[in-house]
Ligand binder design. Structure first.
Ligand code: NAD
Ligand code: MG
Length: 392
């Protein structure tokens, strides 16, 4: 049996490391082609020595010598910088894991698709900022998009063998994040440290804070619309504190398929790795008698206004998702560097949308890569300016 050739963009992150954990348990099925990281050289070197890929890339330029020295006894090609990262995405592989955080993950994914790879899509920002473009590239190159976000993997699995025209609605569940039971006043005072803890999932810092603000769910609503070509009205969000039900698909005949599993990303990652087959995975078996009850509630729009913004973005259409995502990333940087408070992130994103989309109509441009990268840059600078005015 031929080994499946895997590249991992963002190999040192939470998704990347979980992917490597699964590959390590099934070495006869997979061959690693490329591993990339942002700046975590130690983890990149450790993974390179263990999995012996053809090439490793660190996105930050200043670490070339360190990486080269650490891998000098191997045949592994070493390079650094954004250009090298993009070049590595054109190396032939069967499945590319898009596991970089943020819009920085868009281009490697597009290049992997252009080179015929299937794309395991953890990087939800790609679908939010450039869903039309990503889908077009996949169709043009006869490649599959395999969702890795747990809710979207759940929907993808529930839809296997179904006709998408029979979908009535899709319910995405949300844990509610770190501040699910906090008052508005408490949330207003929240620190980055407090926002960086998650009740159920163990993830990278940025997505964990996005879970606390529910920006993560807002991104996921748009991601679901794009991935499954749904209409805005078909997508609902429910808070489900236990995080066992990942998503529910309701069909036109009243039947509903809920995907249930432990809150462990290795399920969705493993499904993407072995798709279209299923393989045994090292996951906890749920004991429903012990769990007892599963609860669901409407998200509180006042304490978590981010989800409302996602619906506005979907009704704006065009490339407004790129504005939304870039403004959100900039606002998150502002919160992390303590320039703005937790509750100021949403108004900054909203004002950026008002300026670039409602006033200037910039989002109506064609969904080309150049337009998306341009509007992303504009949104970052508008949001950064708003952060400066908040401070003064
Ligand atoms: P993380 O922060 O743990 O890891 C991100 C990875 O990207 C690291 O390897 C980092 O070095 C690299 N990176 C960061 N900035 C980069 C840049 N500018 N250029 C190149 N590489 C860069 O993030 P994560 O939690 O693994 O999330 C990765 C993606 O998967 C995100 O889009 C996230 O929304 C999505 N996702 C994550 C989870 C999860 O459980 N962690 C669940 C669903 C979806
Ligand atoms: Mg998710």
């Amino acid at each position: 049996m031929n080994k499946k050739r895997i590249s991992i963009f963002g190999a040192t992150g939470s998704i990347g490391q979980n992917t490597l954990d699964l590959i390590a348990r099934d070495r006869q099925s997979y061959e690693v082609v490329v591993l990339t990281a942002g700046s975590n050289i130690d983890l990149l070197v450790k993974a390179a020595l263990e999995f012996e890929p053809q090439a490793v890339v660190a996105a930050t330029n200043d670490q070339f010598q360190e990486l080269k020295t650490a891998l000098s006894d191997t045949q592994i090609e070493v390079s650094t910088g954004r250009k090298a990262l993009l070049e590595s995405a054109s190396r032939k592989c069967d499945l590319a894991f898009s596991a970089i955080v943020g819009a920085a993950g868009l281009e490697p994914g597009l290049i992997a698709l252009e080179n015929g790879a299937d794309l395991a899509l953890a990087n939800k920002e790609s679908m939010v900022a450039a869903g039309t473009l990503v889908k077009r590239k996949a169709i043009e190159n006869n490649s599959s998009l395999i969702p890795v976000d747990s809710e979207h993997s759940a929907i993808f699995q529930a839809l296997k063998g179904e006709n998408v025209n029979t979908i009535e609605r899709v319910i995405l569940t949300a844990s509610g994040g770190a501040f699910r039971d906090w008052t508005l006043d408490e949330i207003a005072q929240a620190t980055p440290e407090q926002a960086s803890t998650h009740p159920n999932w163990n993830m990278g810092q940025r997505i964990t804070i996005d879970s606390a603000s529910m920006f993560n769910k807002a991104l996921e609503v748009i991601e679901a619309k794009e991935l499954f070509s749904l209409s805005t009205e078909q997508i609902e969000v429910l808070v489900h504190p236990q995080s066992y039900v990942h998503a529910i698909v309701g069909f036109c005949d009243g039947g509903m398929m809920a995907h249930i599993g432990p809150p462990d990303m290795r399920h969705a990652i493993g499904y993407a790795l072995s798709y279209p087959n299923r393989r045994t995975l090292p996951l906890e078996k749920l004991d429903f008698a012990k769990i007892g009850s599963l609860t669901f509630m409407e998200p509180d729009k006042e304490r978590f206004p981010a989800i409302g913004l996602a619906y506005e973005v979907m009704s704006l259409g065009g490339i407004s998702g790129a504005v939304f995502n870039a403004a959100k990333e900039t606002a998150l940087d502002g919160f992390l560097s303590k320039q703005i408070g937790f509750l100021e992130m949403c108004p900054i994103v909203e004002k950026t949308i008002v300026k670039l989309c409602h006033k200037e109509n910039s989002h109506k441009l064609e969904a080309s890569l150049i337009n998306i990268l341009d509007i992303d840059e504009m949104a970052r600078s508008v949001a950064a300016e708003l952060i400066r005015t908040y401070r003064s």
